[in-house]
Ligand binder design. Sequence first.
Ligand code: NDP
Ligand code: MG
Length: 391
Amino acid sequence: MQSVALLGATGSIGTSALDVLARYPERFRLYAVTANTDAKKLATIAHKFEPKVAVIADESKLSELKQELKAMGCPTIALGGHAAIDEVARDEKVDIVIGAIVGAAGISSTFAAAESGKKLLLANKESVVCGGAILMDLIARSGAELLPVDSEHNAIFQCLVGASAEMRSNAKILLTCSGGPFRQRKDLTNVTVAEATHHPNWSMGKKITVDSATLMNKGLEVIEARWFFDFTVDRINVVVHPQSVIHSMVQYEDGVIMAQMGSPDMRNTIAYSLGFPQRLQAGVEPLNLTDIRTLTFEEPDLERFPQLGYAYKALEMGAQAPIVLNAANEIGVEAFLAGRIKFTDIALVCRSLMFGFRPAEPKTLNDILELDVIARNLARNWVDGYCGEQI
Ligand code: NDP
Ligand code: MG
């Protein structure tokens, strides 16, 4: 029986993870669940799974969480605050941490789980983007086991099973990308929030759905792949594949391509990483290739989607640049969702910060967290100034 802490239990990945965990009660026991503000949903999850602990990051919601649990007669202990999330990530009673918090808010709990040598199933790509080599060194030293939940990285992981170090060092990653909802739309200036939060193939949280529309998501995934698999950036190529059937590929030195295919349902990748090296049933309809019939591939358009190019550039610029890019993007997306800036302005915030702000390279987790805060404040100022000019 393995004990699981599910960070970000109320989100899209959290919901998929709970669905998979519920299929294997004899194998996994939910020890802790966390959320940001959604006390009601967290209490409902606790009532169903009876974990030992439920943590709400927003401390002003702690009394609501306690009341909800009490009303349901649920014995789960309620805790509040970000530090309590880090505590459950390093709790010695926890074997597996599923990192499904959205954004840079997930960095410190990822580090906490990594430092404590956990089996870490990571969906929170922003912590790999920002943590980079510092996170990977920590994992190597602590003996933590890192398994990718992001579908592309999970696919690459599967395509690399059995490859020797030499085979890996001569291989290329072909990271697939659906192209998002605007793959064929020429003018993106008037994209609405409703359009940008509707993905053609995947059902996901709001932030990643907007990132998929700008292709920032693919940019973050290029950086994520660089660190997850230790591939140099010249060996990570993006291929637009609108059907989202192939979740990514590895091309070996003989030119042969290994591809992983499946239905676009995150329960597949969660089940694979939970069961690895075994395969678990995820409750997903098996893929039927004769229903799909056609698979197509295109080059990404870096002119309409400049944020993908910025991600490659950030990797060249040094360890500070992905943190700045990620923070600028998070603030840009937030401002777009709030109706303050246009869809195309998200790229402007990113460009302005990445090329206008050149901080020192971070060396520690604290440096990363501090830089994230500074970059966010600069991005907020940029948005405020920009909105001021538009009035
Ligand atoms: P959601 O927005 O659906 O869920 C986010 C979760 O994180 C919620 O539980 C939320 O709590 C919690 N959370 C949000 N902000 C904070 C905070 N400041 N502190 C602590 N907890 C917080 O996101 P997704 O599930 O879509 O994405 C989660 C991660 O997985 C992201 O990094 C994303 O890029 C990655 N990912 C997601 C995929 C998907 O299919 N959804 C696919 C591949 C990767 P609350 O509900 O209270 O707000
Ligand atoms: Mg992905």
